[in-house]
Design a protein around this ligand. Structure first.
Ligand code: SF4
Ligand code: SF4
Length: 339
């Protein structure tokens, strides 16, 4: 279903949702950066820059409680946190590179073990995407098979129109239901043209060729030269819409505490440290190799998908200037014959 919405009506719609006590998330100023966070009114919405961190934290928070425990004598009490309490949520202004990562994450969180915390949030959330009209030097969605108006992962996609307002196109039952529920805020198409889309400069990667090289070059001197500068800060994983490593830790005392789930990163030096003290990824190039292998080989082997949407965040944030698009270019240029 296709409709149109003015900017004023979009803001009225957001305020109406908030008045109805729905949780509304969108890009907003949070301290020195823009993040996807709950909005207290439509005036909080900032649509002029890409949020520093991705939308994944709406489903997979930086840190969350899984259960609480307490002990009285020999009696241990456990209190589950119920995912059913998560509120109905609408997320506005989700960029296509963020939205596209959500169905990719669905695969891992609904695989052999069903992560009810993630899945309940997914069920209760409507994702409203926003096509991009500008790109910077780090954006490369078009090089990994996406585009500045790709609707993958969205329920409803907004595309800015010349003269203001947006085209609104549903891409799921949730999106269609949203257009019907809020029909008074939308109007029929009046033929206004969309604004020109962003044009990321990157040329498409041959992801099959890259995968083929990765299949056959677990050991290769290229890894040392690529990763020699990596300091293992983990920033690239934390800003990435598709990275999903986590750890589970019990916090508290012997008498009472909480079991909590935290983001983790395969770039951290202790990520694979064994209780024995042995660490199979004892050097940074081995850790960086895992980052690339996981994104472009292991996840493809397991789920037939790539763990990168070309959002460019890891390029913008890396303190030593490691550029994953440049790394892919370098791999693409390698001789892919089996050694
Ligand atoms: S942000 Fe850069 S330095 Fe930090 S772990 Fe990632 S690649 Fe390494
Ligand atoms: S690997 Fe980098 S460019 Fe790719 S989705 Fe993650 S943060 Fe974005």
């Amino acid at each position: 279903m296709q409709k149109q919405i003015t900017e004023a009506n979009l803001r009225l719609l957001i305020d109406s949702l908030i008045l109805k006590r729905q949780r509304v998330i969108g890009p907003r100023q949070s301290g020195s950066m823009v993040l996807y966070e709950p909005l207290s009114s439509a005036s909080d919405l900032v649509l002029t820059e890409q949020p520093r961190r991705s939308v994944k934290e709406a489903f997979f928070p930086v840190c969350e409680d899984l259960l609480e425990y307490s002990k009285q004598g020999q009696q241990v009490e456990l209190a589950d946190i119920e995912p059913d309490r998560f509120p109905e949520t609408v997320i506005f202004g989700v960029r296509p590179c963020d939205a596209a990562a959500v169905p990719v994450l669905d695969s891992v969180f609904s695989w052999d073990y069903k992560d009810h915390f993630y899945l309940k949030r997914r069920e209760k959330t409507t994702i409203i995407g926003l096509a991009c009209n500008t790109a910077d030097d780090s954006c490369f969605c078009t090089a990994v098979g996406l585009s500045p108006d790709n609707p993958k992962g969205t329920d409803l996609m907004l595309t800015p129109l010349t003269g203001g307002g947006c085209l609104a196109e549903s891409h799921s039952e949730k999106g269609e239901a949203f257009l019907i529920t809020w029909k008074d805020r939308f109007s029929e198409l009046d033929g206004t043209k969309p604004l020109p889309l962003a044009q990321p400069a990157a040329t498409p990667f041959d992801l099959k060729k890259i995968k083929n090289w990765l299949d056959n070059h677990f050991e290769d001197p290229v890894w040392d030269s690529i990763a020699v500068r990596c300091v293992g800060c983990g920033a690239c994983a934390f800003v990435c819409p598709a990275c999903h490593c986590f750890d589970i830790i019990d916090e508290g005392s012997e008498k009472a505490g909480k079991r909590r789930k935290f983001w983790d990163a395969c770039g951290f030096s202790k990520f694979t440290n064994h209780a024995s003290g042995h660490n199979p990824r004892n050097l940074q190039p081995k850790r960086y190799r895992n980052r690339i292998m996981h994104k472009f080989k292991y996840y493809d082997d397991k789920f037939g998908q790539t763990l990168c949407t070309g959002c460019g965040r890891c390029i913008r944030i890396c303190p030593v200037g490691i550029d994953i698009a440049g790394v892919l270019e370098e791999i693409e240029q390698q001789d892919d014959s089996v050694k």
